[in-house]
Design a protein around this ligand. Sequence first.
Ligand code: COA
Length: 174
Amino acid sequence: MAGTVVIRELAAAEAERRLGELGAILRDAVDSGASVNFLEGFTQSEAEEFWRGQISGLADGGRHLLVAEDGDRLIGTVVLTKAPQPNQPHRADVGKMLVLASHRRKGVGRRLLDAVEALAREEGRTLLMLDTTLGSSGDLLYRSCGWVQYGIVPGHALSTLGVPTATAFFYKEV
Ligand SMILES: CC(C)(COP(=O)(O)OP(=O)(O)OC[C@H]1O[C@@H](n2cnc3c(N)ncnc32)[C@H](O)[C@@H]1OP(=O)(O)O)[C@@H](O)C(=O)NCCC(=O)NCCS
């Protein structure tokens, strides 16, 4: 299946047109129990609002959105956000690494991660950072792709059900 999936960048104008699909991917992640900043009960309109807030960064180049597309349907996302600090021109954060629950464990997440690392290199961002719930699917993905865990903070974030959970922090030089 992963072979038929295309990974590509979504520019600001298309992201704006496809807010519904982007929102559905984020909502699906929260519904599946993933700790991606939001709690159970998160709505489609709140999910679209999140993505709407990303558009200006896509437009000004401070942020890049890569998507996984199966036919004409978006099934996954990952966001690269360049560090804005003048003394960190080589650094960026990776976030919203999401694959629809119905499409997981078929290699799409790994392809999105490979693609965002390649894009970061092209953009001169050679130090990448991210964090995720300890023991989550993301945690396992990042470990399997050579990311280095540099710390764990107990009780750092709430699960979608409101339970304090540990967050693992990772970096990778690309
Ligand atoms: C994390 C996520 C993007 C992975 O996407 P995916 O398409 O399923 O990942 P892949 O199929 O490319 O998996 C690559 C490797 O990661 C590891 N992995 C990913 N999910 C795993 C899981 N649930 N259990 C065990 N290992 C897992 C495995 O090593 C896997 O290789 P394998 O299938 O050959 O064993 C997806 O599970 C997801 O959207 N989760 C919810 C959102 C989330 O938590 N995102 C991370 C927040 S920072």
